[in-house]
Each structure stands twice: as structure tokens, then as C-alpha cells.
Design a protein around this ligand. Structure first.
Ligand code: ADP
Ligand code: MG
Length: 591
């Protein structure tokens, strides 16, 4: 095999590299966030694996990140003592698109280009390792996995379309374990090689990395040194002719030297006392941990003690989550005794319908080698899940009680369908879910109302909650069923989202008030005049028979109704049959 192997990038990487190298994106400093987060991931992986395999730490127990700058030559090196990469891992990871974040970026980019928008997507999504090329002409990655006895070097240049891999032969460049990235900065970006600049960026971007980050800084201390006194000075002062030896004098000088300086705070924010953490810090933590650019709508930081002990910070994002079935969301980062375990266990800690909630959970009661199977069987996890779900509801309720109505509107727009799904899937939490639901109503001028608002607005003699389901707001409003109720000033919920009606039927009642579909046949407004109805029925019985004969099997029955005002007739569903809306839904689903 040749000493230096040349590899081509995967086509998507080429596209991405092209974009990055030529981007006019001004916020180039995000490269540091991406590279430090990779280093931190590599340390997390090593720490996790070493719990069951302590041998992995044989080349040194320290888990840290060190960043050195050479401002004269415009070079930045970032070294971590993490898991490193074998040769195969190197080729698999840096040359193809490994990260789902980057894939998401490319998808968003395509969409934004189709929409003719030029947005700052690089900063929003992060493009992982390749963001090194935002500021570098050349990047060298030298890496040593504890699984391999050799160290390998990946080398790539902007605009070249290929990269090389070779074994590290220079003994000066060998590292015991981990990865060293060397960035040769572009001419215009050499400013990043200033030690103070890097220090500031680390403070800004890596405040929540749980491993120590050291930067190479120039230091100084003052010291007193004895110096020979100037002979001219001495002459003025005393009798020069009688004194032969030179006088000594002390002077303060600054001694300069270079050393590593700890630059971040490593105490995880969730271990701190909630009273001492500001909203700003929570928001900052959220944005940096989950790569979000909008501040969360709400957050909740809590500790539980007693039977099961854990700490957690949960967030409700402000960004919309499109796909309700997408479970690979990496929304919950699970730690055991501060060791990061996985961000792949959301499904065990939260029901599917709360998969939009993000956060960290740190438990002292789970084993460090916890797996999905263990989680699924664990009684501790069942208790944790219950508490987490309860806290998530409190947090959402908090948004709905906020003085700022817009917040909940935004929440509802983003996640309303998730809560409706919750009503269908989680009977146990109906009491918590129902007050959070919102519906259009016949009296609210296109504003959404809550069930509490409906109940408050009920007429004194009204027993039930009325609703009608339709495929649009205008067809709901124009439904003939509504005529009499509107005339008599009953409020009616207008269920226009396909999931509304299913959710309502699952609830079946709210605060002891039944939900009643006004399009079903036995609507009882409590004002029946039986005598009069009997008379009318008799009078028109022949007409009804005649119509039924004409329509044949198309209808089940023809009846006299007391619920219409201006429309001559209306089609209603049987009490125990499907509503017209449900039939529409089922037809749509079977297609
Ligand atoms: P992501 O971090 O989202 O997976 P990146 O583009 O940032 O995507 O990194 C790609 C992959 O390269 C990582 O998943 C990891 O396997 C590998 N990698 C990057 N940096 C390091 C590092 N410092 N140590 C070990 N592996 C790394
Ligand atoms: Mg990354």
C-alpha cells in the first residue's frame, strides 16, 4: 500500500465543502463551537466506554481539550484525549456525511433555495467538522484510537475535492490517545490565532462543555530583582571617591511565560441551584446544547428526591417540529452520575406525543452501562417517566397561563396536534391534557378558545358541550345544524382539524359535561314540547314517507326536526354511526 492514500469526497460532501469554502457567511467563528463539540463528544464516548472497559484509559486518565494558537503563522490546534478514530473510522467519518445535523442542513438549504431565500443556515444548523473550512485553507486531523496501535493523519485542503490519509511517522507528533486538529487559517482569518480571541470564543461557545478546556496563554508575574545602580546616580548621592564597590538597588520587573489556562466552567448547569441560574443562562444552555437558534418558550429545572433521585432541565422549543412520527430526535440527553449515556432514549423517558420536549436528565440510580433493554424494564425509569411527564405538563400549563397570549398561540400552532395525539394515546393524563386543548368556536371570531373558556360561557340551563365537525371553518359556520343553537346563543365548538373530533370523542366529557355532536340525530336542547311535536309529526308523516320512498336506500329515515331555522332540511348522522366528518377522514385514510 502506498504511504499516502488519496480519497475522493462523497458527492454531498463536495457540495457542502464548496458552499462552506465560498460562503460569505460572516459569523465564521461557529467553527470553534463545532470542533469543540466534536472533541467533547469524543470524550463522552471514551468516558462512557471506559466504565466497562477501564483499559481504554491506559494511555492517560486525563479527559480534556487543549487549544493552542500560533499567531505568527496563523495556526490553531485543538487536541482532545477522547476516543480518537481508527483508520477506517477516519475515512468513514470525514469524507462522507456522518451527522444527521449536516444532512438536515443540506435539506433546509435546498428548501430555502427553492423558496428563493438566502438565510444564514450554516449558523443555525452547524455543519459539523466541515465548518473548519470556514476559516482554514488546510486542515490536518491526526488521531489515535485506543483500539489501534497506530496513529493516522487525515489531510484536506479547501477546493481540492479529495483528501489524503497516511500513518503518522513523525515521533514528535505522536499523541497518546485522541485527536489533534491543526487548522491553517485563511489569510483573512488569521485573527482567530490570537490567544485572547480564542479564549473569548471558548468562553462564549463552550461554557457548557463538561470537560475542562485549556487554552495556551501568555502569563506574567512581577518580581523584584537586584540591579546594579547606575554609577552616575551613585555619584550624585554619596561620596564616590571613598566608596569603591558598586551599589545594589531592587527593581520590579514582569516575567513572561506561557502556560495552559482553564477557560471554561465544568460544573453542569443542572447541578446548580435553580435559584442561582438566570433565564439567560438556561436559554444559552438550551441553544448551545441543542443547536437551536430560537429561545425556548419555557423551561423547567427540578430535582426529585426520595424513591428515585434525578435532576433535569426540560425545555419547550419555539421551533416547529414537523413530523409527529419521527422518533430519532435526540431530544433528551440522558446522563448517569454526570456521565453522558445517550441521546437516543427519548422514547423510554417520554411518550411519543411529548417527543417535542427537549432537555437533560441526570440520574444517580441507574447503572452506568444502562441500555435500552434495561430502561424498558426498569421500575426506576417508570417512576422517572411519570415525574418527567408531569413536569412537562406543568411547563406547558405555565405557557398557557402566561400573560402573553401569543406564546401559547405559538405553542399550539407548533404542537397542538401532538397534544391531540396525546388525548388518543394517553387516557391516564386526560385531566392534564384537556385544559391545554384549543378549538375554534361559533362565538369567538376565529380565535381559539379553551374548554374552560367554553364552560364559563355556558348558559345556565345548558348541560352539554356542543360541537360540530367539518372540513373547514366556513363550512362549519354555515352548517344548518348551527342555526337554532346560534339563534338561542349557545356556543358551539367548531372542529375543523381532522384530529379534533377524534380527540373530543376520546375525552367524551370535560368537567362532567358531555361532548355532544350537534349533527347527530337526538340533539336535546331541553326545551321539548312533546304535544306540539306529536301534532307536527302526524301532520307531515305522509310527506316524510313520500320523501323516503323517493330516496330509497340513500337514507335510513326521514324525520321531522326541531333544530332548523332557515334551511328546509338537513342530513344528519345516526346517533351511533360515523359523523360525516369521520367518514370523510376514513375515506382519506384508506386512499
Ligand atoms: P457529528 O458530530 O454531528 O457526528 P461532524 O461532522 O461534526 O458530525 O463529525 C463527523 C464525525 O467525525 C463524528 O460523528 C465523529 O465520528 C468523527 N469525529 C469528528 N471529530 C472527532 C474527534 N475529535 N474525535 C473523534 N471522532 C471525531
Ligand atoms: Mg459534530
Amino acid at each position: 500500500t502506498p504511504l499516502v492514500e488519496k480519497h475522493e469526497y462523497q458527492a454531498e460532501v463536495n457540495r457542502l465543502m464548496d458552499l462552506i469554502v465560498h460562503s460569505l457567511y460572516s459569523n465564521k467563528e461557529v467553527f470553534l463551537r463545532e470542533l469543540v463539540s466534536n472533541a467533547s463528544d469524543a470524550l463522552d464516548k471514551l468516558r462512557y466506554l471506559s466504565v466497562t472497559d477501564p483499559e481504554l484509559l491506559k494511555d492517560g486518565p486525563e479527559l480534556d481539550i487543549r487549544i493552542q494558537t500560533d499567531k505568527d503563522n496563523g495556526i490553531v490546534t485543538i487536541t482532545d484525549s477522547g476516543i480518537g478514530m481508527t483508520k477506517q473510522e477516519l475515512v468513514d467519518s470525514l469524507g462522507t456525511i456522518a451527522s444527521s445535523g449536516t444532512a438536515k442542513f443540506l435539506k433546509a438549504l435546498k428548501e430555502s433555495q427553492e423558496a428563493g431565500m438566502d438565510s444564514n443556515l450554516i449558523g443555525q444548523f452547524g455543519v459539523g467538522f466541515y465548518s473548519a473550512f470556514l476559516v482554514s485553507d488546510k486542515v490536518v486531523v491526526s488521531t489515535k484510537s485506543p483500539k489501534s496501535d497506530k496513529q493516522y493523519v487525515w489531510e484536506g485542503e479547501a477546493d481540492s475535492g479529495s483528501y489524503t490519509v497516511r500513518e503518522e511517522k513523525d515521533p514528535e507528533k505522536l499523541i497518546p490517545r485522541g485527536t489533534r486538529l491543526t487548522l491553517y487559517l485563511k489569510r483573512d482569518d488569521k485573527g482567530f490565532a490570537h490567544p485572547e480571541r480564542i479564549q473569548k470564543l471558548v468562553k462564549n461557545y463552550s461554557q457548557f462543555v463538561s470537560f475542562p478546556i485549556y487554552t495556551w496563554q501568555e502569563k506574567g508575574f512581577t518580581k523584584e530583582v537586584e540591579v546594579d545602580e547606575d554609577p552616575a546616580e551613585a555619584k550624585k548621592e554619596g561620596d564616590a571617591e571613598t566608596k569603591t564597590e558598586t551599589k545594589k538597588k531592587t527593581k520590579t520587573v514582569v516575567e513572561k511565560y506561557w502556560d495552559w489556562e482553564l477557560t471554561n466552567e465544568t460544573q453542569p448547569i443542572w447541578l446548580r441551584n435553580p435559584r442561582e441560574v438566570s433565564t439567560e443562562e438556561y436559554n444559552d444552555f438550551y441553544k448551545k446544547t441543542f443547536n437551536e437558534y430560537l429561545e425556548p418558550l419555557a423551561s423547567s429545572h427540578f430535582t426529585t428526591e426520595g424513591e428515585v433521585e434525578f435532576r433535569s432541565i426540560l425545555f419547550v422549543p419555539a421551533t416547529k417540529k414537523e413530523d409527529i412520527t419521527d422518533r430519532k430526535t435526540k431530544n433528551i440527553r440522558l446522563y448517569v452520575k454526570r456521565v453522558f449515556i445517550s441521546d437516543d432514549f427519548d422514547g423510554e423517558l417520554f411518550p411519543r406525543y411529548l417527543s417535542f420536549v427537549k432537555g437533560v436528565v441526570d440520574s444517580n440510580d441507574l447503572p452506568l452501562n444502562v441500555s435500552r433493554e434495561i430502561l424498558q424494564e426498569s421500575r426506576i425509569v417508570r417512576i422517572m417517566r411519570k415525574r418527567l411527564v408531569r413536569k412537562a405538563f406543568d411547563m406547558i400549563l405555565g405557557i398557557s397561563c402566561s400573560e402573553n397570549r401569543d406564546d401559547y398561540e405559538r405553542f399550539w400552532e407548533n404542537y397542538g396536534k401532538f397534544l391531540k395525539l396525546g388525548v388518543m394515546e394517553d387516557k391516564e393524563n386526560h385531566k392534564r391534557l384537556a385544559p391545554l386543548l384549543r378549538f375554534f368556536s361559533s362565538q369567538s371570531n376565529d380565535e381559539l378558545i379553551s374548554l374552560d373558556e367554553y364552560v364559563e360561557n355556558m348558559k345556565p340551563e345548558q348541560k352539554d358541550i356542543y360541537y360540530i365537525a367539518a372540513d373547514s371553518l366556513s363550512s362549519a359556520k354555515n352548517a344548518p345544524f348551527l342555526e337554532r343553537l346560534t339563534e338561542e346563543e349557545y356556543e358551539v365548538l367548531l372542529l375543523v382539524d381532522p384530529m379534533d373530533e377524534v380527540a373530543i370523542q376520546n375525552l367524551s366529557s370535560y368537567k362532567d359535561k358531555k361532548f355532544v355532536d350537534i349533527s347527530k340525530e337526538d340533539l336535546d336542547l331541553g326545551d321539548k314540547n312533546e304535544e306540539r311535536e306529536k301534532e307536527i309529526k302526524q301532520e307531515f308523516s305522509q310527506t316524510c314517507d313520500w320523501i323516503k320512498n323517493r330516496l330509497g336506500d340513500k337514507v335510513a329515515r326521514v324525520d321531522i326536526s326541531n333544530r332548523l331555522r332557515s334551511s328546509p332540511c338537513v342530513l344528519v348522522a345516526a346517533k351511533f354511526g360515523w359523523s360525516a366528518n369521520m367518514e370523510r377522514l376514513m375515506r382519506a385514510q384508506s386512499m
